[in-house]
Design a protein around this ligand. Sequence first.
Ligand SMILES: [Mn+2]
Length: 288
Amino acid sequence: MDFLYTYESLKLEFPLTDPEKAKFVILGVPFDGTTSFKPGARFGPTLIRHATLNLESYILDYDVDIAEFPIADIGDIAVVAGDPRKTADRVRETIEELKRVNPDALPILLGGEHSQTLGAVEALKPASYVVFDAHLDLRNSYEDNPYSHACVARRISELGIKEALFGIRSGTKEEVEFAEENGIRWVHARDYSFDSFVDLVESLPEPVYLSVDIDVFDASMVPDTGTPEAGGLSFWDVVEAIEWLTANKRIAGFDIMEVAGTELGGVTALTAAKLMFYFIGAMGKKML
Ligand SMILES: [Mn+2]
């Protein structure tokens, strides 16, 4: 089927399934209209798809081949340049359209700015939002834009969705106070452990939307992102959290955001692609 706001783009090399029948449905959001430091997030989805060419679809430690799972790729959102709210509306409408034709579809968003997660969350209406991010993203407005990437967790909290944030090492005093006043729990990257993750997410209501801002990883692993930060989490920290979450909670949707850059084959996109494979592997393993 054709989607109103998507266009054909470089797609995964896998044998792909029809989006009406797939379990995993990949959607790119090549938006970077509010990037404040390092541009190039508009190339994120293409860079991640390209990086998958370097990866085996067989996941060694799971003994599963994700190419055997029903995966669809519906292309990229046609963005409204410079307008994160209108672009997020298109993300929302596209995912709503997808869920109408395939209620079992699990959307996987590839970004693109983190601002676009809002559209996916609005469409999927999860009870909880779990995010791996270097930044709190709890500002009320940033550079006069309430739909900036720096405000996305705030906008999502205003929808009445419970939040837990991990790997944080950047925020303002106002954001910390907002989190305190609104019962938003977060774990600093220095204090992060698997136990700290389970402690916070165990009691969260389902379904859960899981968002990974690629800048949660140490800046040495992910140089090509809008706002890199030193002192981040390791790859296996996030994989282990994904494994626990997919085994123990119903997942409404998943995204990997803020991949940027202009060169194919960069380590940032490779990290994102590998993480996507682990997510699909962990979810798919459960379905076998
Ligand atoms: Mn971030």
